[in-house]
Design a protein around this ligand. Sequence first.
Ligand code: NAD
Length: 488
Amino acid sequence: MTRQHTETEVGAGLPDRPDRVSELVANMRAAQPSWEHAGVETRVRWLRRYAEWLLDNQERIVGALAADTGKPLVEARIEFTVPVDMIKYSARHAKRWLRPEHPAPPNLLNALKRATVTHRPYPVVAVITPWNFPLGLSLCDAIPALLAGAAVIVKPASATPHSVIAAIEGWAAIGAPPVFTVLHGPGATGAALVDAADYVQFTGSTEVGTEIARRCAERLIPCGLELGGKDPAIVLSDADLDLAARGIAWGALANAGQMCTSVERVYVEAAVYSEFVKKLTAHVDSLERGVDVAPLVTTEQFDVVSAQLKDAVASGAQITTGGGTDRSARWVQPTVLTGVDHTMTCVQEETFGPVIPVMPVADEDQAVTLANSSRFGLSASVWTRDKRRGRRIAARLDAGAVNINDSHANVFFFAAPMDGWKESGLGGRFGGATALLKYCRPQTITAARVAIPYQRYLLWFPYTRVSTALLGRIMRALAATGRRRWRW
Ligand code: NAD
């Protein structure tokens, strides 16, 4: 059974108010140094124990996730498993990723020095997440920060907090150090957290992300932003149309279209347009309510999606399947739209719902131009039997990821970066070592490799005739190349 709620209603009923935030951050800040100095091997051990606890409590957490979001059980189980998988993957590599580096001296001034670069965490990391993947996003962003040695406070969307609360309870249950906790409440609680944390990892709308970036800039703290999308799919005339129709339907309708990487615009080469629309329509028509596609999570989101549908139909779009809506159940029937263009809100704005606008294009050049004419640049897909052609088109698309003959494939590929371009984000997530190192500040420590008496330090006072005559010249000789080395 799905709970009925909105962000404001649920947030108002929960106990964590903005004025609790500073106390919570102070507690985390006090506990963090011993977590950092315990070392990466100790942290890996705790994370592995935590993964075991999660697995032992899977059905309870998945139940809370399904109840909060109404998503199909298979999608809830996958969302649960990705962070567990991520613990396994990053625990295996964390020690190597965080290993200190020793860059060689680049010039004469440092010739006798040995440099050590270590990666020290931002003490308190805030992870603020949306309601579409409350559990997966909260844990996937928290795990690398914990491994890096930071303390982490997660603020889930107040419409869907219960699976996150249930999952993070496990950290205390295994007796781990008190460096991982959850704060629930509405946007104001998130804003108070932004004002107190040392690093903010935010996933959500472009509008709120922009506001968070502004607040972080005022305090000169960094933030990672994973924001909205309007992902295009390009279907070329040589594509396997059955594969494309099924892959695009899943790309557009998984999680009822409430994915940042949902396919929200489809451009099809004219030669195969009618056939593709026929196949897509037939497949979407066969999907079952509640089994394949669930109602939307919030009434606010229902209103956004149904307004876009009405706007499209009023402007001349045709519905080839779907179009039905029921506000009390937050249900939007999976819908395929034709006769759409770039003046309509369903093509311009993020939809975040089960609507697929399909447009014919003359050729791949027009497809690329239209795909790039968006303020978003999260990901895209290209459907073709010719992988080289697919790669060539991918290299022309303004998007952080391009999947050839698949949808969402990069989202689960956490060894590679997931990086939103343009208004889809800043800083990205995942990407192996990058996932941990983004939560760290590099610290350089230099020390002498060979001890020499201070009287021989040419660079220190007093500046003598010898140092004046020699030092600049020797440095120039080493810095220059060719004949300029010897022209003093
Ligand atoms: P939202 O921006 O309304 O809220 C996201 C989170 O921010 C919530 O926890 C909310 O309480 C909090 N918040 C709201 N105002 C705040 C403020 N002023 N300061 C700090 N925190 C504040 O987004 P949403 O409606 O929950 O989620 C949908 C959006 O998330 C879509 O735009 C979707 O594309 C995006 N999204 C992006 C990704 C990605 O990886 N790029 C993944 C999932 C969702």
